[in-house]
Design a protein around this ligand. Sequence first.
Ligand code: FAD
Length: 470
Amino acid sequence: MSDTYDLVVIGSGPGGYVCAIKAAQLGLKVACVEKRKTYGGTCLNVGCIPSKALLHASERFHEAGHQLADLGIKVSPELDLPTMMGHKDKTVKSNVDGIAYLFKKNKVTGVVGTGKITGKGTVEVTKDDGSTETLETKNIVIATGSEVAGIPGVEVQFDADTIVSSDEAIALSQVPGEMVIVGGGVIGLELGSVWSRLGAKVTVVEYLDKVLGPMDAEVSTAFQKLLVKQGFTFKLGAKVTAVSKDGDKGSVTFEPAKGGEAETLSADVVLVATGRKPYTAGLGLESAGVELDDRGRVHIDEHFRTNVGGIYAIGDVVRGAMLAHKAEDEGVALAEILAGQSGHVNYDAIPSVVYTAPEVASVGKTEEELKKAGIDYKVGKFPFMANGRARAMLATDGFVKMLTDAKTDKLLGCHILGAGAGDLIVEAALVMEFGGSAEDVALTSHAHPSLSEAMREAAMAAAYGKPIHI
Ligand code: FAD
């Protein structure tokens, strides 16, 4: 039995570790329990960070072989996959070690083991060697994240190298000749980009008629066309009915979602990237009386409270976008609430980014959502083709699209396809956070020459009907 904590957080992903550190900074006595050997959750170990390390490295490889010659640089790149994977592993290690350091610095007690809620204010931790430790606490935060979801109605036998999830697709030991990806969402298209750039022939099988699900349709259509130019093949509106392994090949059978003849594709690697589901196994939620919603997520109110006093939940395990920064925002807000302050998350201004080349980024409402809600809106668009910096960088694909309230000019949404979109989107998120207008962006000085000038020009298009440079 240990001392009583103010807070025990179960799970050390971006939701859990950020909540633990922020609560400790606000003066609470905090422990964070993690069943992996390293802190950082899905994001740092097998998600955001390793995938971005591989996206960065594979983009440089592709650039060296395809674009540098146009800039007067002649090279003949040769792939050294073990070194590329080594770069990814080192990046992960420095990030997860960083969390252990931050726990120490902020006096958060890190406990490695599997946490289970065993009663009011008690968390039992089972260590690797089978021993247990009981933590007494005033409050418990469930931040246990998510796990790979399968394909509804289809049995999938994952293995290490042929039928894989994202966990294995970031660690393949050789470049597959052919790769079939089930699911045209963010994870599928990011990891598909990695392997396509390294030489794989990638086919994406997607149930919907468009890629990137809820993304603004104009952006997702333009993005898909660019991926086709990069060598991707798409089978849209396709319902997968079987995924199987035959010798050392995988195969995917699908039929038109609206009905029709089935087709089977065979590949060296099949990546199932159909999304993630909340992870609550072994947490003792049933005996603790914590309610789940109809999609298996821990049910919470607007202050992250479950139906049981003293138990809260944040991140992928609750409703909302499965994004690391959404989990972090909730972690900070909840820590503030537990410290007696008034934490809050503005769910209308959370950006989402696809780290492909070019990048895709979005915040706020899409055009389809505004139409559906019957909101009178204006569209301001500006192509990177007309941006001087983009031309200098040979990065002219894509555009910025701003959506504003037709009467008030308030920024309601921003969608970007283009180089640096993931960084540019923050400007729109900030303007939305302050309730600002397109004219606010148009009147703000933007450095020249920069990609950010496309943001200003799109804002001019929305506010005045006319940008300067087209
Ligand atoms: P997690 O990060 O899943 O952490 C939960 C932790 O809880 C895990 O470490 C788990 O081991 C631990 N745990 C579970 N049960 C117990 C228990 N009983 N006891 C102790 N510990 C337990 N998001 C982005 O915003 N940007 C990206 O670029 C991005 N890229 C991604 C790429 C991939 C390939 C994947 C798979 C995901 C990506 N995501 C990205 C999503 C992001 O990883 C998640 O949204 C984020 O990790 C959720 O954080 P979390 O704290 O809720 O949970």
